[in-house]
Design a protein around this ligand. Sequence first.
Ligand code: ADP
Ligand code: MG
Length: 278
Amino acid sequence: MSDLVRAVREALAARGEPVSRLGYFCAPFRPQSGDLSDKVIKTYRGGRDPELLEQLARRHDQYVECLTRAGVRMPETKFLILNEAGYLQPVIVQQALDQDTLLRPQIEAAELERALDLIDSAALSIAQFWAAVSQRPERIGYHPSIRNFAMDADGPIFFDTFPPLIGYSREEMGRLLLRFSESGMIRSVGSVFPERIRAIQDEWYSPAGTILGLIGSAIRLRPADRTAILERARVFARRHLEGEMRDEVLEGLDKPPRLPAIWTTTRRVLGLEGKPNV
Ligand SMILES: Nc1ncnc2c1ncn2[C@@H]1O[C@H](COP(=O)(O)OP(=O)(O)O)[C@@H](O)[C@H]1O
Ligand SMILES: [Mg+2]
């Protein structure tokens, strides 16, 4: 057993309070003491499906490499599978970010100009990611929601590497979304209406969709500043985007972006709406 695996087992055994319950797949927690007290541990729904999980581990490594090569700043992130007598438990161990750097509360609390700059800076990093991966042959996605970013003096930091959005077909990703949902309700609804779950990923595989998603969440966080946010997003698109992505974003900004209904419903049912309970 490696030292890291031993430390993760110890931390899980002494499990403290989660860092956040805002995740769809996991409730990350930060050990209060021990070797991993500067890390966040994210556990994912385990099972007895070694082939799927071993492929997932490989894809996770590929995805971290892909993000890094594309210039995305990330905390150090490792994926492991704990084996409890054949029951396999996927775990991510990630450098913990200072709570003050999380983007969502910063956007909520900032003065308008500062909030607009924060949104701009996240949007720019998203556009740079898509430009960097545009020539790669694999099917690659990105889920750069406000909740998945931190922001420090050097700019955006992205930290949500699960599920790894590389190499999976739409069909396969739909199955992964079901397989790893923490909610039994989603898993049963999803097995009856698989397309409802499959469609969750579509925004993550659409460059324009990820920018519109970001702007849409910013507006939901600061509804009073809707006009200013939309106006700044138009300036951003004209200045920093080109081609089809630019047209799609400008068009999308004219019909105010919303979360797909299934996603809002999912959030409501899971109780994930509103402020982070940290
Ligand atoms: N490295 C980290 N440091 C501090 N908080 C984190 C870290 N990673 C995740 N979190 C907190 O946990 C929440 C959910 O984590 P995330 O990795 O996005 O999981 P999910 O895939 O379930 O959305 C984040 O929105 C954030 O509040
Ligand atoms: Mg997340």
